[in-house]
Design a protein around this ligand. Sequence first.
Ligand SMILES: C[S@@+](CC[C@H](N)C(=O)[O-])C[C@H]1O[C@@H](n2cnc3c(N)ncnc32)[C@H](O)[C@@H]1O
Length: 307
Amino acid sequence: MKLTTESFANLFGTNIDDLSRHCGDLIHSAEFTYNKILGEERDRIMLQVLEKIFAPKLARAGEERRPDWEQGWKENLDEYLASGYNLEKLIPKYFKQYVPARLNLEYIMPLSPNFVFAYTHVYRTWIFKKYLSEVDHIYEFGCGPAYHLAYLAQLFPDKELFGLDWATSSQEIIKHLAKQSGWRIKGGQFDFFKPDPAFCLNKNSGVLTFGALEQIGDNHGPFLEHILKNRPSICVNVECLHELYSPDNLLSYLALQYHQKRNYLSGYLTKLQGLEKDKRIKIIRYHYHKFGNLYDDALSYVIWKPL
Ligand SMILES: C[S@@+](CC[C@H](N)C(=O)[O-])C[C@H]1O[C@@H](n2cnc3c(N)ncnc32)[C@H](O)[C@@H]1O
């Protein structure tokens, strides 16, 4: 089987014209072929997923994972420096090759090694160009090894970019990246749980999170208040939004169980919907993106702006 332009458009929640306008020929630059996983093999995968969900030592997101992120991005930093500034070394190691994935609530086995990253690349191209073209400054919160910022710098050389994270190794990467490339990127220390009130956004800014709020469970109040106070022009959250899973579908149900066991982002979309009712924000669009790794669909999005 193969992903077509139409399948990408459906998965992203848009139409072919809009997708082509933003992504051009990108879809044809990689092999998006795969086999569906069925029968006994599907059962085996589900067993593996259930074992993971019930594993007593499944790591839970939160404050105590901070050293893991610090260490993870340090590994990327060391490899980036050792390679003589090869940008591919900034790609997180959770993009694995030749592993099963989730697509449209089925398990699939990609036939090309880099399927998941190549897919994510098409997706980020579409969402960045569609929603972040008009702002002058982009702030990525929880930017980790800054590989989205490196791409944003190439898409939008005139914009000023900021990468925020609680891991100091992330700021170290950005320092080298800026020096080496000459791109307009700055790094900064930022904690979603305790935003520094002195840290302000510039006028006409876009806020981006990509799999980062995932890590804060239900403790999104301090970050949201900080953002509302700073009034960015647009917020793009690419995150696992548990409200969009439907418990009457088996794969959706499994993803929800995994999501809860890992203490991933909780109640965020519901909170935004409440803020919209109170006329504090406008939700431009949200969408359940049915693509992910073996365990969940982590790339849903909500686009919104403060009023
Ligand atoms: C799954 S990674 C996502 C990284 C990157 N945005 C991406 O797309 O691959 C989660 C990121 O959130 C950061 N993070 C987790 N909790 C945080 C917190 N309380 N404050 C700031 N950053 C945090 C981690 O350091 C890590 O960089």
